[in-house]
Design a protein around this ligand. Structure first.
Ligand code: ADP
Length: 589
């Protein structure tokens, strides 16, 4: 049979066995003790009665007609004391006996109580009667006359009454023992059950705590040690909750810091598995959050150089750095692998902190700077070379030929004007980009401005064959801007349109667009190939570099900066051979 494993059952079982054994031993001892006491009491009574019989018989034993008198006395006394009375001669012969069954012919000299009485004056014995089979207790006292033992008086009673008394006592004790046992076991069961319930509650609490339920508390119903256990558990749960709270708030802070950082942070374990990756790192490495934590770095970062840098850092316990370009995103990164938990150069790291710094913007700025210098040099080199050539030619004698000299000087002046234009445009751009010249804002009537600009170009040379149109709504509110700058934007756009439209129409329209007004300058000129459209607002960008149309490539960049300084946006739509439409928005006042 398999015993139940629970503590409650084990304690209950041990307790029950203990109670049963204890009650059994106590009952056994008690019954034995009481029986002995009864026997002793009976022996004392019998001895006193035997002495009485002996005293009564001492005058009768040994006289002639004594046989009958002695028998009568034995019968009388037997009735009074309710016992068997026997008078035995010193030779063991029965002189009188109140019991009729026993034979008179029997010699009792060898009986233990008789032998003792003849030897020391008193005797006693307990034995089973051979004829009736009853257990009899005897007490014998010597009958003396003149100091001489003349016979022995014996009194005997069956122990049946005593046995029935003892049996009654055994029954009473057994029932009491059973009751006490049942009560104790029942009470013990209830107590153990309550205790084990409290222990089970704490165990359940520990399970819930382990499962993440930090709010679970144990309610102790009793006020004993189980309450102490419950209190100890609850205070432990409070401590755990507060520690977990502190930890998670620290973790939240760390996560917030990591997630708002511009630099990528990746924490790797020594086996190369990613244990933490912030949002910036996910963006820089172009990986989703689900495919990072728990995966190996080689599965997350395809770049061999970064993997090698991390590996070297783990193996040497030193900081390693590398600059890489990730493809196809063309992201430039500086990756620094710092060993975690390593004594410098002596042991292998227990992990690596990989920080990723995005160099793309810096590289772009650097590239732009180089391009800018090369563009400026290129733009200035041509007119300078041309001026130098013409001056050399003049020095070599051409100055003597007046018509040639005048032509050269006119061309030199044109080149100088172009260079001047470039320098002015660059200064303008630099002012706009640096924000050195804040705008003087005031309400500007765009319709008035557009009409004024169109009027200027209608009458200008180089605009022959072009029709200038305005598409303006009747009611127009003013915009907030610097009218001089807005005029410059319009002039730039119309000049471009004129330059790229041999004949056709140039239309300026104004539209209401929410809190902005949108101005569109549309032409029916050459148009711009689609692939150039995203770049036309960049500095020095020219769609057709081979064409020398007098432009610097800075006009649209200046337009964009002026519009953005006003809080607006620029845009372009174009189709080759159909025409282009440039537009910009300015906030309404
Ligand atoms: P540029 O001073 O050389 O005109 P811009 O910055 O004003 O420089 O213009 C950049 C390039 O955009 C020009 O080289 C030109 O090819 C193209 N572009 C500008 N406006 C138009 C237009 N209205 N039609 C066609 N191409 C244009």
């Amino acid at each position: 049979m398999r015993l139940p494993h629970s503590l409650h059952w084990r304690i209950s079982l041990a307790y029950t066995v203990l109670i049963i054994v204890t009650m059994g031993a106590v009952s056994f001892y008690l019954v034995d003790f009481v029986r002995d006491a009864f026997l002793m009491d009976l022996r004392g009574r019998l001895q006193r009665e035997a002495s009485l019989v002996a005293e009564s018989a001492s005058g009768i034993v040994g006289t002639a007609p004594d046989g009958r008198r002695l028998q009568l006395m034995a019968d009388d006394l037997a009735d009074i004391i309710d016992a068997r009375v026997t008078i035995v001669g010193i030779d063991g012969a029965v002189l009188a006996d109140s019991s009729e069954q026993s034979g008179r012919s029997q010699n009792l000299r060898r009986r233990e109580e008789i032998r003792q009485a003849l030897a020391v004056g008193v005797g006693g014995a307990l034995r089973r009667d051979q004829t009736s089979g009853e257990e009899i207790i005897y007490s014998a006292v010597a009958i003396r006359r003149g100091g001489e033992i003349v016979a022995v008086a014996r009194v005997g009673v069956s122990t049946a009454d005593l046995q029935s008394n003892v049996n009654r006592l055994v029954t009473t004790i057994s029932i009491s023992a059973l009751l006490v046992t049942a009560l104790s076991v029942g009470l013990g069961y209830v107590l153990f059950r309550r205790t084990s319930r409290s222990v089970q509650l704490v165990a359940e609490g520990a399970r819930r705590l382990a499962a993440g339920d930090l709010e679970f508390r144990v309610h102790a119903s009793s006020s004993d040690e189980t309450r102490d256990l419950a209190d100890a558990f609850n205070s432990m749960a409070n401590t755990i909750r507060s520690v977990v709270g502190d930890l998670s708030s620290e973790r939240n802070k760390l996560t917030a810091v990591l997630d708002t950082m511009a630099d990528g942070v990746v924490v790797l374990e020594a086996d190369g598995k990613v244990s933490l990756m912030n949002r910036a790192a996910e963006l820089l490495l172009d990986v989703g959050a689900s495919e990072t934590v728990g995966n190996r770095l080689v599965e997350v970062v395809r770049d061999y150089e970064i993997q090698q840098t991390v590996q070297k850092s783990i193996e040497t316990g030193r900081i390693w750095q590398v600059e890489v370009e990730l493809l196809p995103s063309r992201t430039f990164l500086s990756a620094i692998a710092t060993p975690l938990g390593a004594v410098d150069g002596t042991t292998e790291a227990s992990g690596v902190l990989l920080t990723l710094h995005d160099l793309t913007r810096m590289m772009q700025v650097e590239t732009t700077r180089k391009e800018f210098v090369s563009n400026v040099s290129h733009e200035l080199r041509n007119p300078l070379a041309s001026i130098k050539a013409m001056v050399d030619t003049l020095e070599d004698g051409a100055i003597e030929e007046r018509s040639v000299a005048v032509d050269f000087l006119r061309r030199i002046s044109g080149d100088v004007d172009r260079m001047n234009g470039i320098v002015n445009d660059l200064l303008e751009l630099s002012h706009l980009e640096g924000g050195f010249a804040p705008l003087h804002l005031s309400p500007v009537d765009l319709r008035h401005l557009v009409e004024e600009v169109l009027e200027k170009f209608r009458n200008s040379s180089g605009a022959e064959g072009l029709e200038f149109l305005a598409d303006l709504p009747d009611t127009l509110s003013t915009v907030t801007g610097e009218s001089g700058k807005l005029r410059q934007v319009l002039v730039n756009l119309v000049e471009n349109a004129i330059r790229h439209t041999a004949e056709g129409k140039i239309t300026i329209s104004i539209l209401d667009e929410g809190r902005f007004q949108k101005v569109r300058v549309a032409d029916t000129g050459t148009g711009i190939p689609r692939e150039h459209l995203p770049h036309v607002f960049e500095r020095f960008y020219k769609v057709d570099r081979s064409r020398s149309d007098g432009g610097t490539g800075l006009g649209l960049a200046i337009v964009k900066h002026i519009v953005q300084a006003h809080g607006g946006e620029v845009g372009v739509e174009s189709e080759e051979g159909v025409g282009s439409t440039f537009e910009f928005t300015i906030p309404r006042s």
